[in-house]
Design a protein around this ligand. Structure first.
Ligand code: 5GP
Length: 212
């Protein structure tokens, strides 16, 4: 029987570049899947329903909560976000490794409920860099930048609970910072595929054949 896929949760402060890192990772390594979450927030320019998120109303979101359809969900920056159980079950059941790009509360919740989940925290190289990235994104209002920066200190304090930490360098210091970070995430995924438990069936067969 094929091995089940593994679940990876990736998080970090807004503006640390986790969305770009995951996008680059999927582009370079299509064997890794990214879960598409549901959200009640409005689409940003260029975002496509079903690709970036499933954009749903508050009413529909509440209905999904009542139906116990979410693997995890959270209230982030005045909106609701959630990962569908169906997505997780399908991808892992079909043997694919799946990444959830979710907020810190969601990651902690998932890591606490399943110890086989790998937690990856993406950090900016400095506070100054983070603030600059948020402003350059151009999609945030001053108020939302202020709210987001206020949350960063408490989010970074939770980084100690993750298995791995990626430092996303500034591209002006390290021109291929994005590629480096994406490959670092892939290295984590690749290493987990080589773990003893993923090799158990093979080892059993090899041992049996050597004894025959
Ligand atoms: P944004 O609105 O900038 O796309 O996302 C805001 C925050 O919500 C980010 O930290 C993002 O990782 C998080 N997020 C996106 N989808 C989910 C989800 O399904 N569950 C949780 N818990 N957080 C999510």
């Amino acid at each position: 029987m094929a091995n089940r896929g593994r679940l990876f949760v990736i998080s970090g402060p807004a503006g640390a570049g986790k969305t770009e890192i995951v996008k680059k990772l999927i582009e370079r390594h299509p064997d890794v899947r990214l879960s598409v979450s549901c959200t009640t927030r409005a689409p940003r320019p260029g975002e496509v329903d079903g690709v970036n998120y499933h954009f749903v109303s508050e009413e529909r979101f509440r209905q999904l909560v009542d139906e116990d359809a979410f693997y995890e969900w959270a209230h982030v920056h005045q909106n609701h976000y959630g990962t569908l159980k169906a997505t997780v079950q399908k991808e892992l059941g079909e043997g694919r490794d799946l990444i959830l790009e979710i907020d810190v509360q969601g990651c902690l919740q998932v890591m606490a409920q399943d110890e086989t989940v790998t937690g990856i925290f993406v950090c900016p190289p400095s506070r100054e860099n983070l603030e600059q990235r948020l402003r350059h994104r151009g999609t945030e209002t001053e108020e939302s930048i202020r709210v987001r920066l206020n949350n960063v200190a408490s989010e970074v304090a939770e980084a100690y609970k993750y298995h791995y930490v990626i430092i996303h360098q500034d591209w002006s210091d390290v021109p291929n910072a994005l590629e480096i970070a994406a490959e670092e995430v892939y290295t984590i995924i690749a290493a987990r595929r080589l773990e003893r438990d993923m090799r158990r069936d093979f080892l059993d067969r090899l041992s049996a054949s050597l004894k025959a």
